[in-house]
Write a protein that binds this ligand. Structure first.
Ligand code: UDP
Length: 241
């Protein structure tokens, strides 16, 4: 178990993949799962922490899959970005059902649906303790939502990116296939890149490294897991220099 004295985080970025929202269905959105993740966010927000979120789109569409099937790559990537907006709206709805205030901010303008990305406005929402979900990735094809999370976390001056996954950290090999896999406690950005440790894509890792933004990989499946790490408990891997 990785433990350290509790420190107070003022503002954090939670990055989850689109697949985290699909439950056991294999595709799309599973509302009870979305609601459970909203509970995790609520419990952190109740600590007084300002929460930003980026949600992927892989439960609906991935650009690379589309282009592998003959679709033009940039078009497929735009479809992927639109998928992230659907996920962001589903999460907003789940958070609002719990009485929380939340804004969806899109990198691609769609004013009837959500706000456009204006950095100072997003910061103002956070200062007012609204949860801010950044949708449509970076707004550019050839990127991923991991890079979008790193970019927005840097712009919002977040203290860390919390990457919620199916496993409780970064392992030297796939822990689901290899029972003897070892989990890293702390690992450097360069080691992640050199060993292809699969935390995030290389662009996202390099951006986090250049902006000295720690990445904390933890299991989103463990109830209360997000909050426990913010309280200085729990099991996770931290990527930093
Ligand atoms: N995407 C993109 N630019 C971005 C972010 C995302 O083109 O800045 C597209 C890309 O096609 C990607 C899809 O959106 O495959 C869904 O995002 P991602 O694969 O990161 O979702 P996740 O794996 O986290 O669910």
């Amino acid at each position: 178990m990785t433990t350290e004295p509790s420190r107070h985080y003022g503002r954090v970025m939670l990055k989850i993949s689109g697949e985290a929202l699909m439950g056991d269905q294999g595709y799309g959105l599973h509302p009870p799962t979305v609601s459970r993740i909203a509970d995790e966010v609520e419990s952190v927000q109740q600590m007084g922490v300002e929460v930003c979120m980026v949600i992927g789109g892989g439960n609906i569409f991935r650009g690379l899959q589309g282009s592998a099937q003959g679709m033009e790559r940039t078009t497929a990537d735009y479809m992927g970005m639109l998928a992230t907006v659907m996920n962001a709206l589903a999460m907003q709805s789940a958070l609002e059902a719990k009485g929380l205030h939340c804004r969806v901010i899109s990198a691609i303008r769609m004013d009837e649906v959500c706000e456009p990305y204006i950095r100072r406005r997003a910061i103002r929402h956070l200062e007012k303790k609204r949860i801010v979900i950044f949708a449509a990735g970076t707004g550019n094809p050839y990127f991923t939502t991991d890079t979008a999370a790193t970019l927005r976390a840097s712009e919002m001056n977040c203290e860390a990116i919390f990457k919620g996954t199916k496993v409780d950290g970064v392992y030297d090999k796939d822990p689901i296939k290899h029972p003897d896999a070892k989990r890293y406690g702390d690992v450097s950005y360069d080691e992640v890149l050199q060993k292809h440790l699969g935390v995030m894509d290389a662009s996202a890792i390099a951006l986090a490294r250049d902006n000295r933004l720690p990445i904390i990989v933890f299991s989103l499946d463990a109830p209360g897991g997000f909050r426990s790490i913010l309280e200085g408990r729990g099991t996770y891997t931290r990527v930093q220099n």
